[in-house]
Design a protein. Sequence first.
Length: 194
Amino acid sequence: MNSPSNTKITLTGDLGSGKSAVSRILCARTGFEYISTGRIQRQLAQEMGLDTLEMNRRADTDPSIDQRIDGIFVDLGKDPNGYVVDSRMAWFFLPESFKVYLQANVHIAAARILSDPTRNSEQYTSLEEAVEKISARKQSENARFLKKYGADSTNLNNFDLVIDTAQRSPEQVADLILEVMKMKAEGVDFERFE
């Protein structure tokens, strides 16, 4: 797809919904640069000697954590280049972006996370523990973002496209995003919930 260089695609969604894999495919197909706040967050948690859930809980009382993570978006919105941004708050900080929410059943998401060797700061002893901690982390983040910014990530009307990734490959999800982006750019009606 030939995309305008000033396009930003923001991917928000459930933990383990495939945001990183889809982002990589979108970057390869568009030539856009990839920014992942999840990667930044995991790196910061590791530097602090914490798991990501504990770091999220600490962020409830330590505003410098969110400032470090969210601060990258202030200048990004002014940057004319194309980006694929994998972040739970990018849709809010980049309102002109094409905003996508990826959904995944928490058990499917937990299984994906457990099988991902790159998630060193998210190690669980069982599927049940993963489901519990993933759910707690999502709840903690959503509550913090709502309180701090008035941004409700659970309101799916904030997004241009909502995709359930449970039965779709990352390639299929990326294809759908690019197809709907093109439809939106051409003024064609499309289904927001896929």
